[in-house]
Design a protein around this ligand. Structure first.
Ligand SMILES: C[S@@+](CC[C@H](N)C(=O)[O-])C[C@H]1O[C@@H](n2cnc3c(N)ncnc32)[C@H](O)[C@@H]1O
Length: 273
């Protein structure tokens, strides 16, 4: 059954990759990126430190902009994604910029077979592990890619906030706090999160909410030592129509005044022992 979930998700991401690389709504800031601007948000910019000279594996790299931003900061990068259209877009951007990165098409769970060598950093950000049914297997893949002393940088939407029903008014919990592999959250969205009005031909997706404890324990069980766990009040996408945009290095979204403050994202840094 998992394969059927992956197939539907991949078709959906192929459609979105085509929309995102056209960037008609400007959400991916591709013109600015090609003109030399860095596209990382404040949170990862403040947390990852100097990456110059590092070998980085970027899992679920989408159209490769963040991968190429890391390359622009002096890292040697490999980006992996299972959407052939996302990988084609990433390769096109790499050729246009000439930055030190290559892109591999494949499922995260096959990353160890698809990518050679060991890495100083595995980089996973903003809307990645929710597409994976088994977080323990994911952590084992991450660990297998890291050299001893190498680190994981993970930055994600907060699972408690992701329980909110984004279509309801205000903070209403709409979803279970976790999804077993065979019981994903199945959704159908006709448009993507960038504000672009183009219709997605394959709108159905399957996602899994992974509690913070499941992620932390999976990383520990995979042989990494947790160095930092932070929670944040800003998110990289407009999760719900009532969220409020705030400017920074890149636009981010917060809950509006009048609602109780809560963490909407978290980041985790862990080192391979
Ligand atoms: C929201 S995007 C991640 C965005 C990313 N942070 C970036 O740098 O732009 C999610 C990506 O995960 C990819 N994806 C989803 N499930 C996957 C899987 N099982 N294996 C590999 N890639 C996957 C999708 O194709 C999509 O490009």
């Amino acid at each position: 059954m998992t394969d059927a979930y992956f197939t539907q998700n991949r078709l959906n991401w192929d459609d979105r990759a085509d929309i995102h690389i056209r960037d008609e709504a400007g959400g991916y800031r591709i013109d600015a990126f090609l003109a030399g601007e860095d596209n990382l948000h404040d949170i990862e910019h403040d947390e990852i430190g100097d990456v110059a000279g590092l070998r980085i594996a970027h899992l679920q790299c989408h159209i490769g902009i963040d991968t190429l931003c890391l390359a622009r900061r002096g890292a040697t990068c490999v980006g992996l994604d299972f959407s052939p259209r996302a990988i084609a877009a990433a390769r096109m951007l790499q050729q246009k910029t000439g930055l030190e990165a290559r892109f591999v098409e494949g499922n995260v769970y096959d990353a160890r077979q698809l990518i050679d060598g060991l890495f100083d950093m595995v980089y996973v950000t903003w809307g990645a592990i929710g597409w994976l049914p088994d977080v323990q297997r994911w952590a084992e893949v991450v660990s297998s890619l890291l050299k001893p002393g190498g680190r994981l940088y993970l930055l994600e939407g907060h699972p408690s906030f992701m329980q909110v029903d984004e279509k309801a008014e205000g903070l209403r919990i709409g979803f279970d706090w976790r999804n077993p592999p065979d019981k994903p959250l199945t959704m159908s969205e006709e448009t993507t999160y960038t504000g672009d009005t183009a219709k997605i031909a394959h709108p159905v997706t399957h996602e899994w909410l992974h509690p913070l404890s499941a992620v932390v324990n999976a990383v520990i069980d995979a042989g990494l030592s947790i160095e930092r766990l932070n929670e944040h009040e800003r998110l990289a996408w407009a999760f719900a129509p009532w969220m409020v945009a705030v400017e920074g290095r890149r636009r981010m979204w917060v809950t509006p005044e009048g609602l109780p403050k809560m963490p909407v994202a978290y980041s985790l840094q862990a080192r391979k022992l």
